[in-house]
Design a protein around this ligand. Structure first.
Ligand code: GLP
Length: 244
């Protein structure tokens, strides 16, 4: 779906999420959201905060699972996804802290596999992700599932692509300070989400949006797996859609 600009697109996505949260509230059910970081979902979080403050949307029944975190990473670090989520969303709404899940950047290496298994089990025990929000990397990564990630990949520790590290290096004041690894929810759990919404804005995403939506389904472009999802939508502004 192509919108005039990212602001109107973000509002439409926020409305879909708010509607589902309210339906689940009426049913006394939790609403399970898969959340993303990066610049793409910022406008969505602004709008969700506005709906909370101005229209009384409550997040008490929301349970969230973030896609990824750098590893290693201190939660208080300026570049941690914990910090990002607090600053852009969690600190401004009434979601319960115990309902917010983000991969733990402080784990010991030996503890990562168990943590990842438990992360997936928790999602499963709640009935799976209702709405999964995604951004997309310039190389087609979703979460930190880089090129080469398989369609059935699990939540795991991954090595970051050089191009991903270069893109992030500005935040870390140089490539040498940029993490080499991250923990990411695998493609399999993303594909199991009942609804997937991928957000992409701007000219710089136009080529990868074309490859992901019109190119072959390939692990070289993990976002292309979404062609096989039965309820996935790419939400684009005009610039990101300009090569379609
Ligand atoms: C990082 C995140 C991804 C995100 C990507 C794109 O790599 N781990 O989840 O989709 O950045 O970022 P942006 O939205 O800033 O373009």
């Amino acid at each position: 779906v192509v919108f005039e600009n990212s602001a109107t697109a973000s509002k439409a996505v926020a409305k879909e999420i708010a509607d589902l949260i309210r339906v689940k509230q009426a049913q006394k059910q939790p609403c399970i959201l898969g959340l993303a970081t990066g610049s793409s979902p910022k406008g969505l979080y602004v709008e969700l905060v506005r709906l909370h403050k101005e229209e009384g949307l409550s997040f008490r029944n929301v349970v969230s699972f973030n896609l990824d975190e750098y590893y290693p990473m201190e939660p208080d670090s300026v570049n941690s996804y914990v910090r990002f989520m607090k600053e852009h969303l969690f600190n401004h709404i009434d979601i319960l802290p115990e309902n917010c899940h983000i991969p733990d950047g402080l784990l010991s290496k030996e503890g990562i596999a168990d943590f990842c298994d438990q992360y997936e089990s928790k999602i499963e025990s709640l009935g799976g992700i209702d709405i999964q929000i995604l951004g997309i990397g310039g190389n087609g990564h979703i979460g930190f599932n880089e090129s080469g990630s398989l369609q059935n990949s699990r939540t795991r520790l991954v090595a970051l692509d050089h191009i991903t590290r270069v893109a992030a290096s500005g935040d870390f004041s140089g490539l040498e300070n940029t993490p080499r690894t991250a923990i990411t929810v695998g493609v399999k759990k993303i594909m199991e989400a009942k609804r997937v919404i991928l957000l992409a804005w701007g000219e710089r995403k136009a080529n990868i949006i074309k490859a992901s939506t019109e190119g072959e389904v390939t692990s070289r472009v993990p976002a292309s797996f979404l062609q096989e999802h039965n309820n996935a939508t790419f939400i684009l502004d005009k610039a990101a859609a300009s090569k379609l």
